[in-house]
Write a protein that binds this ligand. Structure first.
Ligand code: ATP
Ligand code: MG
Length: 420
């Protein structure tokens, strides 16, 4: 174990959220061990702002719940305490211990045939906890009693050298929880680090294990992967490690050898735009992301259905929308509130062509008009299609004209009020 004393590292309590400090001090005062761990320590050591603060302690979840009135226990497979302070949640986990396989008695974890852990609530001490974490850089502990950083797995060196390394035997660790494959890629992209060879090697042939993960968890992970500010580089890495195909089979089927089809271009563009928006504090919407990513598979399927059946284009497209989302939701359970919006954004692509009479004015009132228009712009861009360019130009001018008219009206009304 390596210990770095308070004057030899750059973690200052000023950089730790007040609420996390409250929890740490309270646990310490009651005689428990309490450490900041995970992304909080990792990001502070790197001089970055942590997304959230995770705490680990030798108090059991029940003991933690009794200490904090604003606390609830969550998770079955992995029982945790959430201490709530308004919108900030401080996650408090009890030290994990080593698990033995076999049956389901107390203190023994349960696994599937493939080695996946279904129940992992065996408690232990800090050394054991360090071995149960995923990557060495995520297994650094900042103690509130002496302000030292403790490293049991070589995380400090890997952090310095920019390496994402799993703790223990990679294949066993991926089998225990296949989502660790996605996490490896996520941290590599976010921290601009390399996945070390031993950790990267088994990924392509174990990727299939992701099928065992509930589609709701994969949906949550997919947002962390693509909508956390590093979507473009994460996407590139997901493809490189053969993971993207598992999450988005509907899309990957259409990939081309030279990687330069409208489908591939729209994915790269929408992810770069999303990263840009997040860096500049602009709102992002998962429905728009999914609508853009799945647009060309939708166009293809609509054409296939339309060619083969006696349906109108409109009916074929409605059926294709349903089928594409249905298939995508089998791997990622996109919630209904989002698929409804995806459908709206897609439908707008046809409606945006119909501009006669009052239609254009009415269409602009559509709640998803802006997202629909933005997808039209993206399509024009990646297809370099003149008709689409003209259409986006028309809508641009129409929106500006409408805005100007509204402003003129508003001035007239306020002038009138002033004279009365
Ligand atoms: P960030 O919050 O910035 O996304 P993080 O490293 O804090 O990154 P969390 O998902 O918040 O990630 O998890 C907190 C810590 O819990 C991790 O740093 C890691 O030590 C441990 N952990 C999380 N998920 C797993 C997992 N699937 N297997 C093993 N350990 C895990
Ligand atoms: Mg975290």
């Amino acid at each position: 174990m390596t210990m770095i004393s308070r004057n030899q590292h750059n973690i200052s309590r000023q950089k730790i959220s007040e609420n996390a400090l409250k929890v740490l001090y309270r646990l310490k005062k009651l005689g428990y061990e309490a450490y900041l761990v995970g992304g909080g320590v990792r990001d502070l050591l790197l001089g970055k702002k942590p997304k959230d603060f995770d705490i680990t302690t030798n108090a059991t979840p029940e003991q933690v719940r009794k200490i904090f009135s604003n606390c609830r226990l969550v998770g079955r497979r992995f029982r945790l305490a959430h201490v709530m302070f308004g919108s900030e949640i401080i996650e408090v986990a009890t030290f994990r211990g080593h698990h033995e396989h076999g049956n389901n008695e107390k203190n023994i974890s349960t696994q599937t045939q493939n080695g996946m852990l279904l129940w992992d609530n065996v408690y232990g001490n800090i050394e054991e906890d360090a071995q149960r974490r995923d990557f060495t850089i995520n297994s650094l502990y900042y103690g509130i009693s002496d302000f030292t950083v403790r490293d049991y797995t070589g995380g400090l060196r890997d952090l310095k050298e920019g390496r994402i390394c799993l703790i223990g035997d990679p294949e066993t660790r991926y089998r225990e929880d296949p989502v660790r494959m996605l996490r490896a890629v996520r941290f590599a992209a976010k921290l601009n680090m390399n996945i070390c060879l031993k950790t990267a090697k088994p990924i392509p042939y174990l990727a299939e294990l992701l099928h065992e993960i509930p589609s709701s968890r994969l949906f949550e992970e997919s947002l962390k992967l693509l909508q956390s500010g590093y979507g473009f580089s994460t996407y590139k890495l997901l493809c490189e490690h053969k993971l993207f195909q598992l999450l988005f089979p509907v899309i990957a089927r259409h990939f081309t050898d030279n990687g330069d089809s409208p489908l591939e271009r729209i994915i790269e563009q929408v992810l770069q735009d999303t990263d840009y928006r997040l860096k500049n504090g602009i709102r992002v919407n998962p429905a728009f992301l999914f609508a853009a990513m799945l647009w060309y598979p939708l166009v293809d399927l609509t054409k296939i259905i339309n060619d083969k059946n006696d349906l109108t284009y409109y009916e074929s497209s409605a059926l294709a929308m349903h089928n594409i989302l249905d298939e995508q939701c089998r791997t990622l359970a996109i919630p209904k509130r989002i698929t409804t919006l995806v459908n709206n954004i897609w439908s707008l692509q046809q409606w945006l062509h119909q501009r006669q009479g009052k239609r254009a004015h009415k269409l602009m009132e559509h709640p998803k008009f802006r997202a629909g228009f933005d997808l039209l712009v993206l399509r024009a861009q990646v297809e370099n299609n003149n008709d689409l360019h003209n259409l986006t130009k028309w809508w641009d001018e129409f929106q500006i004209a409408k805005l100007t008219r509204q402003k003129e009206m508003a001035t007239k009304v306020s002038d009138k009020k002033a004279t009365h």
